[in-house]
Each structure stands twice: as C-alpha cells, then as structure tokens.
Design a protein around this ligand. Structure first.
Ligand code: 5GP
Ligand code: ZN
Length: 113
C-alpha cells in the first residue's frame, strides 16, 4: 500500500490546484506558499528524493526543468525565480516524493535558512 501523499495527488485521490499536467509530470500550487508564486513540480511516478535519481529515471527530471521554463514564461517571472529541492533530513525534506519548489514574484536571500 502506497501512503505517499504526492502519489495520491498525482493520481487525483487527493485534490490539488493543478497548474500543469502531462503524462509524466504534475505541477500544482503549494498548500503553504512562501512566495506569490509557489508551485511544486513532481514526477508522477514515485521517486523518493534526489538520492534515488538514476540513469533509468533521470529523464523526467530534465523534463521537469523544461516545464519550469515554460511555466516561468506563463507566470511572467521575467525578473527571475528560484527552484529548490530539499533532500533528506538536513535538507528539510518533509514529503518523501521528489519535488521541485518553483517560487517567484519576490526576491530571495542566499543562502536559504
Ligand atoms: P518539503 O518540505 O518536503 O521540501 O516540501 C513539501 C511541501 O509540500 C511543503 O511546502 C508543503 O507546504 C507542501 N505540501 C504538503 N502537503 C501538501 C498537500 O497535501 N498539498 C499541497 N498542495 N502541498 C502540500
Ligand atoms: Zn510518491
């Protein structure tokens, strides 16, 4: 049994506000936005984190960045934006399904946290 909430969002079992969808990638609004634009881009298949990206499944990661470039134009983020993926405990990953935070509409400091 798969208890992963992002798998359930990908299958439609848990509702989300979708901003993009194709066969392999879903984009939806983060429940707790940290910026005027804050969406999560996920592979529809379960990959736990960057730790589990392999030559066999990495094509979807490249595709996610193509989607991000397209969405940046759609959202009008011509002044820039930030894409973040948290990995593991020190990275602050709370949902164990690979996801990329795409945030824009304000300036960000560096380093984060
Ligand atoms: P992480 O901390 O793992 O990098 O990010 C998880 C993100 O998922 C958080 O920003 C959190 O707000 C978001 N999130 C957690 N549960 C849900 C949910 O059920 N729906 C949506 N749309 N976002 C969620
Ligand atoms: Zn999952």
């Amino acid at each position: 049994m798969n208890d992963c909430i992002f798998c359930k969002i990908a299958s439609g079992e848990i509702p989300s506000t979708k901003v993009y969808e194709d066969d392999t990638v879903l984009g939806f609004k983060d429940l707790s936005p940290q910026a005027p634009v804050h969406v999560l881009l996920i592979p529809k298949t379960h990959i736990t984190s960057v730790d589990d990206v392999t030559p066999e499944n990495s094509a979807v990661v490249a595709h996610i960045f193509e989607v991000a470039a397209k969405l940046a134009k759609e959202f009008g983020l011509s002044n820039g934006y930030r894409i973040v993926t948290n990995c593991g405990e020190d990275g602050g990953q709370t949902v164990k399904h690979l996801h990329f935070h795409m945030m824009g509409g304000r300036a960000f400091g560096w380093p984060a946290g």
